[in-house]
Design a protein around this ligand. Sequence first.
Ligand code: KG4
Ligand code: ZN
Length: 331
Amino acid sequence: MNILAIETSCDETSAAVIADGYLVKSNIVASQIDIHRRFGGVFPEVASRQHVLAILPTIEESLSKAQVGWEDIDAIAVTKGPGLVGSLLVGVNTAKGIAWARDLPLIGSNHIEGHIYANWLQEDPNAPRHIPQFPLLALIVSGGHTELILMKDHGVYERLGRTLDDAAGEAFDKAARILGLGFPGGPAIQKAAEKAEGREFVLPRAELPGTFNFSFSGLKTALLRAVESSENVDVYALANGFQESVVDILVRKTVAAAEQTAAKEVVIAGGVAANTRLRERIKQELGEKVRVPKFEYCTDNAAMIGGLAYYRYIRGKTDQLDLDVDPNLDL
Ligand code: KG4
Ligand code: ZN
């Protein structure tokens, strides 16, 4: 079964063709990062206009890369939320138009849930297939979310903890702004930390003992104070200290949750899961038990939406043409 998936929740216009919920036949991402960089963050009105310009060429490219025609597509999947309302509307209205014109099933999908399904994807049809096992512990760390979720089955989630203030990716973005490292902050902080050559300005960790919740706003304030109070700012040591603090707390809480819940597997998902230090530390701690998606399936992409949509479709969870966006959709 081939699903054409569309993702436009934030600043990436993406379309993918996914077979049977796991095989990536194509995954095209038209990034707007260069356009938003001059604003120092995602400018919502500009994002939705860019989606309008990019959506049809991106879909056409995804079909041609997958070497399929419209007659080979069995269903249309689209992110319905959470995200920026104007951005989501472009994807949902395009998907509805195609579903109506081609008389295809329509599958509205949750972006956060989609990030978890990045761990089902594979590109090589001949490689042995790995199917994540339940109960599955998922650390979702993106620009908008930081959550520890116990997934007991497809569509069955228990939230163990979440951030009480900033999301991990948001914290990276704010820290990069404080250090003058530009946008997006995650990759910029990572690069600067790599240049620290081991120098680390140690910053606090919000332990929030007895919970699986997170807090990153105090860390941001501590970083700001450190910058304001020193004469010769060692940007690299500060970036390294900031990254160590975020990664350390994410890894320790995930390991504790994995032990407490006796999860069979642990996955990480979302843009911050692209962080090489996080990937390295979590593999050190959890070894074979943890899976990390390929870099391009960590940040926003339509392939993960196609993976999720397949498992919704086989449970009969399809939508009608009155499907609407939900910018605040929860898991
Ligand atoms: O999942 P995503 O692409 O979009 C949302 O759903 O939010 O995540 C974007 C976030 C941004 O905050 C970005 O700074 C962060 O992921 N990010 C990283 C890295 N790459 C992207 N954070 C840390 N290290 C990275 N290498
Ligand atoms: Zn995302």
